[in-house]
Design a protein around this ligand. Sequence first.
Ligand SMILES: Nc1ncnc2c1ncn2[C@@H]1O[C@H](COP(=O)(O)OP(=O)(O)O)[C@@H](O)[C@H]1O
Ligand SMILES: [Mg+2]
Length: 298
Amino acid sequence: MSINQTVASKAALENEMRTPAQETTVETQREGIAVEEGKTVGTPYSDNPKFKLRNVEVFYGENRAIKNISLDIARNEVISFIGPSGCGKSTFLRCLNRMNDSIGICQVKGELLLDGENIYSAKNDVVELRARVGMVFQKPNPFPKSIYDNVAYGPRIHGLANRKADLDEIVENSLRKAGLWNEAKDRLHDMATGMSGGQQQRLCIARAIAVSPEVILMDEPCSALDPIATAKVEELIAEMSESYTIVIVTHSMQQAARVSNRTAYFHLGHLVEVNETTKVFTSPEHELTESYITGRFG
Ligand SMILES: Nc1ncnc2c1ncn2[C@@H]1O[C@H](COP(=O)(O)OP(=O)(O)O)[C@@H](O)[C@H]1O
Ligand SMILES: [Mg+2]
């Protein structure tokens, strides 16, 4: 991801922060169910991790928003993060491409490895990291440029195409992979901001794909979309899972059930349970997960 894309992402991040999550968090006490710090039930580890995350803690000033979480994210899996609002899903997701760096009071502790390398080490370049680990936000955030230039932006900055024909090919392939080529091919030089919300979100996915990332992070990518646009993005996630590792935060349990291999349930900054998605939704191991999926809170 380029510097400007980082800036655009930061703007999107700030925008999302201006609309604070609804405070629907329920105190663990009230449920009378204990959650043990650092203890995640189920299958949080993998033999083939893309990310290996150990004892991760995140602070906003004094507030410890993530409490000693350890998790592997497997290569080419789709993993969903679910849980009540304010439980730390976005905070944890943003650790994975250092998007929290742009929040002054935020401090990340623990071991966070991508392909075995510490993503927080000083020698790790954040711009390069964000090209490898792309992000799609809740609200589509295309640049105020043409459709073509939105997709070509990253490849241009990273010098991925020397000739116009090469760039054209990257743009076409990225739009095809994002399921947008047929809708966009005759209006490549129109402003991206003139597209529908669903098209804009698929354009943001095309823009993320254009720099050949390894991982795509999605923070509630469908919550601003109608059901048809949502279905298209979900279809896309299924196709993309062949080539990328995908981490998706969703408040829709149906969506988690439709798109992901594993599901991780967060509660008040703890990672309570990680299991195969079908298991989480049919026979959860932890009482808190069960309470959440049966709608007792959230
Ligand atoms: N930029 C921020 N500054 C301070 N506190 C934050 C910020 N973002 C999130 N938090 C706090 O961190 C906790 C987890 O929030 P968040 O990661 O947004 O949860 P979720 O995505 O699950 O709704 C909440 O208590 C929230 O108030
Ligand atoms: Mg969130």
